[in-house]
Each structure stands twice: as C-alpha cells, then as structure tokens.
Design a protein around this ligand. Structure first.
Ligand code: T3D
Length: 262
C-alpha cells in the first residue's frame, strides 16, 4: 500500500526496496519545489535507514517526469530562479549521488528536461517500450541543468550529448538503449516486475555495492593515481565488512551467500 510522503511523492517499501513515485500525473510529474524538496528529504532519510538497501524512482501515469513545472514558474508562484537550482535541484542530485545504495530509475514514459536529469543521476536506468527522452531545455531557451551536462556526456559521449542537447529531439527507448543511455528496455507491462526483480536482487547484495558506487561515481573525474587510492580505500572498507566474511565462508562451504548489507 503506498505511503504518502506528500500528495506529490508516494513511497512504498518492500523487501529492502524503497520505491519513490513522482505523483503529479495530470502535469506529467513535472517538478515543483515541494516535490523536489520531498525527494531530497526522502533520500536523506534513506542514508541512515539500514532497512532500505535499494531505491527505485518512477512516475505515476504515462510520464516519468516532464522536468521543471513550467506553469508554476510562469504563473510566478514565488520561485526565485536564481537560487532554485542550487537550493532545490542540487540536494536531490547530490542526494542520489552520495547515497551509498543503488538507485534505479524505472522510466515508464517521457523523461524531459530536468526529469531526464533525474533519470541520468540514477545508477541504473530501466525503460519501458513507451519511454522517451528529450533534452527539452533548448526548446524553451535554457541550458541542460540538474547535472545533465555532467552525466549525459559520461553516458553517451560528447558528440551524442551535444546533439541531444542542441537539437532537443525526442529519442525512444530503443535508441536510448543503443547509445547506452539506458541499461535495459522491457515491455511496458513488464516494467514494474523487471525493476522489482532487479531492485530486490540489489537489495539482497553486499555492502560493497555502495562502495562500488562510490568508486565508480568519481572514476571519470580522476587520474589513475587518485582513482587507485579511491579504489583501495573502498576495498579496505569492504574487507572489513560482515558481507565479505560471509561471501568467503559461503564460497568455502559451497552455498549461496546471504548478505546483510553490513
Ligand atoms: O531554475 C530552474 O529551476 C529552471 C530549471 C529548468 C529545468 C527544466 O526541466 S527546463 C525543461 C522543462 N520541461 C519542458 O520543457 C517539457 C515541457 N513538456 C513538453 O514538452 C511535453 O509536455 C512533453 C514532450 C513532455 C510531452 O508531450 P505530450 O504531448 O505527451 O503531453 P502534453 O499534452 O504536452 O502535456 C500533458 C499535460 O502535462 C498538459 O497539461 P494540460 O494542458 O492538459 O492541462 C501539459 O501542459 C502538462 N505539462 C507537460 N509538461 C509540463 C506540464 N506542465 C507543467 N510543466 C511541465 N514541464
């Protein structure tokens, strides 16, 4: 049963997986200040909640998210655009990046503008057949934001990132898969099950998943020596976990490992 964080964000928990559902279907889950702040708060809470070991972000209705709520902005609901990105988008994107637990974006429909940025900031993206991606920013005279200029070239290369951002054309889920923008595409009716299975698998994985995320998240920013040290630090932490001890015992005893996430 969905637990309401607010009208705009629903949360459900099952088997170590927290699913956050953007819930403004009538406006294609476009992002209001309230929704962004709720997302940031949820991500902060998950950091210290040992019962949650993987997070799924998805959208209600036919869209993943159409990005910034342009109507609220145009109708002048008091948003200070000069500080909005830093105060309301950055905590969400940084929260996703620093959370040492896997995050899957279950892209159920269109992901546009900053809605696409949310998907890009997830660790894995699984798209339904009906999903599409559009760097809508240029269509309204803006620059890709919410870390789109950081993640997009890292995922698809500079040439494709430039094309997507400058032309603002929509691409479907198959094209997104071909360019490495998404990890998997499944039939729309199988999306929830496919993501649920993947999230459950990650939620029963070892503590090292979070350390892998930490190391890989900075890899493309570091030179070899620095990255070797990042990797070494993560490995020293992993060597000290119950899950490493369990993994080795399970190997010796020829049985599947049962990881606690600690
Ligand atoms: O500092 C800052 O915070 C600035 C940050 C900006 C970040 C950004 O995200 S900028 C980019 C913002 N997003 C867009 O420009 C996308 C706008 N939407 C669209 O281009 C289209 O809606 C889609 C391509 C996403 C989907 O098209 P379609 O034909 O499937 O749906 P539709 O008919 O256009 O939309 C359905 C309803 O959702 C409609 O409401 P209505 O008229 O039936 O009452 C539409 O107005 C509403 N909607 C769609 N996108 C937004 C939205 N309402 C508010 N904000 C939206 N972004």
């Amino acid at each position: 049963m969905p637990a309401t964080i607010s009208n705009a964000l629903l949360a459900t928990r099952a088997s170590g997986v927290l699913t956050l559902t953007l819930n403004r279907p009538e406006a294609l889950n476009s992002l209001t200040t309230e929704l962004l702040d709720d997302l940031a708060t949820s991500l902060r809470e998950v950091e210290t909640d040992a019962s949650v070991r993987a997070v799924v972000i998805t959208g209600a209705g036919r869209a993943f998210s159409a990005g910034q709520d342009l109507k609220a902005q145009l109708e002048g609901d008091g948003i200070d655009l000069r500080s909005h990105l830093r105060e309301h988008y950055l905590p969400v994107i940084e929260g996703m990046r620093s959370l040492e637990k896997p995050i899957i974006a279950a892209v159920n429909g269109v992901a546009a503008g900053a809605g696409m940025s949310l998907a890009l900031a997830a660790d894995l993206r699984v798209a339904g057949d009906a999903a599409s991606f559009v760097q809508a920013f240029v269509r309204v005279g803006l620059v890709p934001d919410a870390a789109a200029t950081y993640y997009l070239p890292r995922l698809v290369g500079l040439g494709r990132a430039m094309e997507l951002a400058m032309l603002g054309e929509s691409i479907d889920s198959r094209a997104a898969l071909a360019m490495g923008l998404v990890n998997r595409v499944v039939a729309d009716e199988e999306l929830a099950t496919a993501v649920g299975d993947l999230a459950s698998r990650l939620a029963s994985g070892p503590r090292s998943l979070g350390l892998i995320k930490r190391a890989l998240s900075v890899s493309l920013d570091n030179e070899f020596d620095k990255q070797f040290r990042v990797e070494e630090t993560a490995q020293l932490e992993a060597l000290d976990t119950d899950d490493f001890r369990e993994g080795v015992n399970a190997f010796r005893e020829k049985r599947p490992a049962s990881f606690s996430g600690a």
